[in-house]
Design a protein around this ligand. Structure first.
Ligand code: URA
Length: 207
């Protein structure tokens, strides 16, 4: 299921990221803020619990997100600011990491590091700003599904139409919350208009 944001604020922030004048510190800032906006939109997929708290008026039974059953997984490295944003909102959720390298010839991804907590009975929020061919997100979701979570949702900033549709058809049970869908990929599998290489832009490295 694909949910493209209709928020003018999402458009504002995505287009700010597209601007070549957006500096790395601003770039990381807007990735983080976009992740916060997207997690608000995705919150209906998160597990809830009731908790008794004491307030200035005495005991109160309130509804909370069950953070003990939420894991936010980032695909290094451009997703790191997004993970930071999610973990600022859900301060007691767990974090996990996957590192994948894109082969510039085949455009396929290769996993070379994973550090994922136990996922049984958990809802996993996968953050990955750019969905180009969808290959790394596809491999990430497949790997995470094998570890038995209750549900998987993704937060993405820009996706190429074909990559997003590929993920949606491969994983019908995964809710994909995306800020903006762009029309196509170029021959090097970069999203057009996109914003270039998100990792390089966030961390000030030459392409
Ligand atoms: N990864 C990026 O950072 N940008 C693209 O356009 C495609 C993949």
């Amino acid at each position: 299921m694909i949910k493209e944001s209709s928020s003018p604020l999402a458009k504002h922030m995505v287009n700010t990221l597209r601007d070549a004048a957006c500096k790395p510190i601003e770039f990381r800032h807007y990735l983080k803020e976009l992740a916060k906006l997207l997690i608000f939109e995705a919150a209906e997929s998160l597990p809830l619990c009731e908790r008794k708290i004491s307030t200035w008026q005495g005991n109160f039974n309130g509804s909370f997100i069950d953070e003990s059953r939420v894991v936010c997984v980032s695909i290094l490295r451009a997703a790191l600011p997004m993970q930071e944003g999610v973990l600022e909102v859900l301060a007691n959720a767990e974090g996990g990491f996957l590192a994948m390298k894109r082969d510039e010839e085949s455009h396929k991804s290769r996993l070379y590091y994973d550090r994922i907590p136990d996922l049984k009975g958990k809802t996993v929020i996968v953050v990955d700003p750019m969905v180009a061919t969808g290959s790394s997100l596809h491999d990430a979701i497949s790997l995470l599904q094998e570890r038995g979570p209750d549900a998987i949702v993704t937060l993405n900033v820009i996706g190429a139409k074909e990559g997003v549709e590929q993920i949606a058809s491969a994983f019908s049970g995964v809710a994909m919350h995306i800020a903006q869908i762009d029309p196509y990929l170029n021959k090097d599998a970069y999203i057009v208009p996109g914003l270039g290489d998100a990792g390089d832009r966030a961390y000030n490295t030459p392409g």
